[in-house]
Structures are given as C-alpha cells and as structure tokens.
Design a protein. Structure first.
Lengths: 107, 204
C-alpha cells in the first residue's frame, strides 16, 4: 500500500528543507512513528525518479564532518506537486474513512 | 580483502550496468548511505555493523530492478518522441516530393507503398502511443512502415537521377537520420526491456 504513495511521502519528507538519502529515510521513519519501515534502498529509485521529473534537485555537498553527500531539495514544481497530492490524499482518505465507517461522503 | 559494503556496492554497480553514468552516481550515494548507517550501529567498527546496514538497505538486485523499470519509462518516452519527429519529417518530405514530381513517377507501385506504409506506421504509432507505450511490436511496426514509406518515396522520386531541389534533399536526409536514430532507440529499448525482465526474474 505504501509503495503507491512513496513519491508523495518523499516529497513531504523534504518539505522542511534539503536532505540526503539517509536523512530522508530517517525522517520518514521518525515522522511515521516507525510505521513506515521500508528497506532503506527503496528511497533511491524514488529520489532519482522525482529528480528526473523535475520535482527535486540535487547536488553533492561536503559538510564539516567530511563525508561527501548528495543532498536533495524540493523544487517549485515539487512543492506544487506535493500540495496537489496532499489535497488528493485528504479527499481520498476522507472518502475511504467515511465509507468504511458506514457514513455518507461528503459529510 | 574488500569489506562487505564495498562488495555490495560493486555488485549493485554491476546490476546497474544498463546506465553506466547513473550507476556511478547511485553507487557513490549508496556507499555513503551504507557507511553512515554502519557507523550509527552500536557494533561499529565491525563486519556485523556493515552486515546490518546492508540488511536494512535491502537486496541490491531489487533496487536495480526499480531503477531499471524507471529507465524503461524514460527510454520509451525518448523512443516515442523520435517516432513523432520521424512521422512529421516523413510527412513533410512526402509532400515536398509530391509537389516537386507533379504527377511524374518512375514506378507504379512506389506511390502506393509510400502512402499505405506511411498510413500503417501512423496506425501503429497511434495505437502504441495511446495504449502500448512499452510495446516493442508497435514500435517495430512503426519503424518498418516508416522505413518502407521512405524507401518507396526515394524510388518514386528517383532522387539521385532527377537532381532534386535542396528542400527535397534536405528532408530526405532528415528522414534517413531520424530512422537511424529510431533504430538506435529501438535496440536500446529492447535491451532495457530484457534487462529489467532478467532482474525481475532473478527476484522470483
């Protein structure tokens, strides 16, 4: 179920600011209360796919700790895509919630 | 002796050989990730810390299969854009040849092949574009149709004997170039499809 929403989750994880792959997966784990415990490697195809689509940009940086890292940031198009996906998700989740709860949608 | 992380990254780089440029960058990123992950392990430095970092990361072949699937979409997009350019240039070249020839032709069959092979290519392209973007068959039919139409157009106009005007010759050159490019894309696309299928097959 998570796989279909991975791109939106990655975009949301980068909303707070630029981060490298390891930090993105840590953010996803922390913000989901360890519920989204993906194999860490699955994040990289998503990061590259989103970059190819122009929703993320990336560059190599060397922090004071010394290890070179590829840091990803949300582009303007990425922020707009995230807002769209968030809206779609809210509507979809609301409808499913109502349906499973036996209530009419929209309320 | 190479460490576990080095071996894992070297294997992953080999699995990603369908895109050598990306493979290098991905391998660097993955190596950084695994080292950071291993260093965060309480048992660091030790092979156990490296092994656990690799386990958390997942199977290299599975990750390569995901990259390969994305690469197919990119390759398909490039190939279909080349088909579109090919169709446009072939159409313009056909019109220029017809205007220049003004009814004259050295062959009775060539105009029919020229027209109907082109229409066949358009039909295959329309079906492929809207329904079968990952179909090697639709792309191959387009290529055969366009190739036959272009060859028939050349025979019809007897380009080299007639001393055709520059516009006709230039568009004919464009047709040859684009069909050549389409062949290259088609071969690359076929290779990518086989590679992805092999990676997925190995995971089953």
């Amino acid at each position: 179920m998570l796989k279909g929403h991975l791109d939106a989750i990655v975009l949301a994880a980068l909303e707070a600011g630029p981060a490298h792959g390891y930090a993105v997966i840590e953010t996803i784990r922390a913000r989901s209360g360890q519920t989204f415990d993906l194999p860490e490697g699955t994040i990289y195809p998503a990061l590259h796919r989103l970059e190819q689509a122009g929703l993320l940009s990336s560059s190599w940086t060397t922090p004071p700790s010394g290890r070179r890292r590829r840091v990803y940031s949300l582009t303007k198009a990425g922020a707009a895509a995230l807002a769209r996906r968030r809206k779609d998700w809210t509507r979809f989740a609301g409808a499913v919630d109502s349906f499973l709860g036996g209530r009419a949608w929209p309320a | 002796m190479a460490g576990l992380i080095e071996t894992y990254v070297a294997d992953l780089r080999r699995e990603l050989d369908f895109d050598r440029l990306a493979a290098q960058r991905i391998a660097n990123e993955v190596e950084d990730h695994l080292r950071e992950s291993a260093e965060a392990d309480p048992a660091w430095p030790s092979p156990d810390a490296e092994r656990r970092a690799i386990e958390r990361f997942g199977l290299g072949r599975e990750i390569a299969a995901q990259f390969a699937a994305d690469a197919i979409d990119r390759q398909a997009r490039r190939t279909w854009m080349t088909v579109l350019a090919c169709v446009i240039v072939t159409f313009v070249a056909m019109r220029l040849r017809v205007i220049w020839l003004d009814g004259e032709t050295v062959s009775a069959l060539a105009p029919l092949v020229d027209r109907y092979a082109f229409l066949g290519a358009i039909a295959a392209a329309t079906v492929g574009w809207f329904a079968l973007r990952r179909s090697l068959l639709a792309l191959s039919l387009c290529l055969v149709g366009l190739g036959a139409s272009i060859a028939a157009g050349f025979v019809r106009a007897d380009l080299f004997a007639h001393g055709a005007p520059l516009g006709v010759l230039l568009t004919a050159g464009g047709e040859i170039l684009l069909v050549g490019l389409l062949c290259v894309h088609l071969v690359g696309f076929g290779r990518q499809l086989r590679r992805t299928a092999a990676l997925r097959g190995a995971l089953r």
